[in-house]
Design a protein around this ligand. Structure first.
Ligand SMILES: Cc1cc2nc3c(=O)[nH]c(=O)nc-3n(C[C@H](O)[C@H](O)[C@H](O)COP(=O)(O)OP(=O)(O)OC[C@H]3O[C@@H](n4cnc5c(N)ncnc54)[C@H](O)[C@@H]3O)c2cc1C
Length: 490
């Protein structure tokens, strides 16, 4: 892997479809809507505004989808970054259900757009498996109930079923979302841009907005070579918003994560990773993976609150693969890159009109593929049809993200929860082994050669006292649990 590849989204760039270079804006322009930022949020707004017959110009500082939208993991999932429990607590059950329904529309928007436009190179594959590494089958079942109650298409997978799809002793039960998909995100963004242009949208690359004057009916947007006048301005600049509007930009916490794609592994990969959908095995920014290009593994994780050099996390990511799938042997890294997303303190997107004619479409966090689709369409409808649905996001206001202290805290929480999770996971594996040993002894005493098959699966509570003794010992040593290998060096 060359040094240059560490900054480009290597695998996506290597497999991107042909797309034109768009011109720089060098003449003054008058439009109904000016969108700043050609990521998924801005492109969706532009496509939907143009489809409704209004004139729209998109200003992009670099190239279409050069940032988070063209370098993410490609999972199009239901759900927000915020948990259902916190949403219900803050906005109530009915409101949560309504937001969830909007989200499903976002997921559907992506699916429909891919199908309707026949976008090349997007390759949608169904399914998302969100695996637990602790033996919390009861919690998974109640989570499924809760999610179904608010309208999610989800099912519980048993430990046995998960391990059949992904033979990994660390894995227990899982939530399975059959309606989710994973895609080539850069080709999706390029397809959106092409389709928006088909409806009349104009996209200018290498054209940063350097000042916005939102006063008056016609707003002014300055670029280095020309000025745009527009009735509505949509700020879809993600974390770079701070360069244009520092106070607004300060409401986002930048989170950088890293994505790796291996060299071809061959048929062994499909034998070891039998599930074809997207997989996540933590609640954090770690271990999100899928098969790409038939025989390569894409793996992402290792969050940082700053834009660290991808080479610093390379060994850690490779160690994560090895820990989960030792049967793959040594994997070679073909591409490694980083991307930065913007997350609000309340972990919900920032969608809406902040002053007359000035709109924000931002803060989509780690669930940006469905929420940019939903948010983009809501804003276009808000602008063109005066549809007030976007106001459903009003409880999630623009809140200061804490500046440098916010970043330090985010990093501290990530680093702090890793060892705790590892201890919990180690305890789960210990409980499983101890239950199996006990069942073997019981079976031997009863004259069977081996325990009945179902009793070898983890279920029920641990023998009294063992968990506490083990936890105490693990905490006393302040190290990894006995069953887990040492933490990967980074
Ligand atoms: C590594 C990684 C993995 C991820 N994985 C997933 C995933 O699997 N599933 C999921 O749902 N989400 C995922 N996300 C999140 C998702 O990618 C983002 O939430 C989403 O792409 C945000 O889109 P956006 O349009 O708001 O921002 P961006 O894609 O960042 O686009 C903003 C654009 O604005 C431009 N811009 C900024 N300032 C200016 C200016 N002044 N003038 C002109 N242009 C400007 C930038 O150049 C950029 O092109 C991931 C993110 C990362 C980084």
């Amino acid at each position: 892997m060359s040094e240059g590849e560490s900054t480009a989204a290597g695998w996506y760039e290597a497999t991107r479809v042909a797309s034109p270079e768009r011109p720089r804006l060098n003449f003054d322009l008058d439009v109904d809507v000016c969108v700043i930022g050609a990521g998924l949020a801005g492109l969706t707004v532009a496509r939907e505004v143009a489809r409704r017959g209004w004139s729209v110009a998109v200003l992009e500082a670099k190239r279409v989808a050069n940032a988070a939208s063209g370098r993410n993991t490609g999972f199009v999932l239901p759900g927000f970054q915020e948990t259902i429990d916190s949403m219900v607590e803050r906005i109530g059950l009915d409101h949560t259900k309504q937001l969830w329904a909007l989200l499903e529309q976002g997921l559907d928007y992506v699916r429909r757009t891919i199908a309707d436009t026949g976008m090349p190179g997007v390759d949608p594959v169904p399914g998302w498996l969100h695996i637990s590494q602790t033996d919390n089958g009861g919690e998974i079942r109640s989570e499924v109930e809760r999610l179904r109650w608010i309208g999610a298409n989800v099912e519980a997978w048993s430990t046995e079923r998960v391990r059949e799809a992904l033979p990994n002793k660390r894995y227990f039960g899982a939530l399975h979302f059959p309606g989710a998909i994973h895609i080539h995100p850069l080709n999706y963004a390029l397809g959106l841009a092409a389709d928006a242009e088909k409806f009349g949208a104009r996209i200018f690359e290498d054209t940063p907005a350097i000042a916005v004057d939102p006063a008056g009916i016609r707003k002014r947007i300055d670029t280095p070579g020309a000025r745009v006048r527009a009735g509505h301005v949509v700020l879809a600049c993600n974390i770079q918003l701070g360069d244009l509007m520092p106070r607004l930009g300060a409401t986002l916490l930048p989170i950088t994560t890293f994505v790796l794609v291996t060299e071809p592994i061959g048929p062994l990969l499909q034998e070891v990773v039998r599930y074809r959908g997207a997989v996540s095995d933590t609640n954090r920014a770690d271990n999100h993976y899928r098969i790409v290009g038939g025989d390569r593994l894409q793996w992402s994780g290792r969050m940082r609150a700053w834009q660290a050099d991808p080479r610093w996390v390379r060994r850690g990511l490779v160690a994560d693969i090895r820990r989960n799938f030792p049967d793959l042997g040594k994997v070679e890294v073909a591409h490694l890159w980083r991307g930065t997303l913007g997350r609000a303190i309340h972990r919900m997107p920032q969608i809406g009109e902040i002053e007359r004619g000035l709109w924000v479409a931002s803060g989509f966090g780690g669930h940006g593929l469905n929420t940019t689709a939903m948010g983009g369409e809501l804003i276009a409808r808000g602008i063109v049809e005066a549809d007030p649905t976007w106001r459903m996001f009003a409880p999630y206001e623009l809140v200061w993200a804490g500046g440098m202290l916010g970043r330090v805290l985010a990093q501290g929480i990530y680093w702090g929860t890793r060892p705790i999770e590892r201890i919990e996971q180690g305890l789960s594996r210990y409980r499983e082994r101890s239950r199996t040993r006990k069942q073997v002894r019981l079976a031997a005493r009863n004259g069977h050669d081996r325990p009945p098959a179902e009793t070898t699966l983890p279920s029920g509570e641990p023998p009294e006292g063992i968990l506490e003794r083990r936890l105490l010992r693990a905490l006393r040593r302040k190290s990894e649990p006995p069953a887990a290998p040492p933490a990967a060096p980074e």
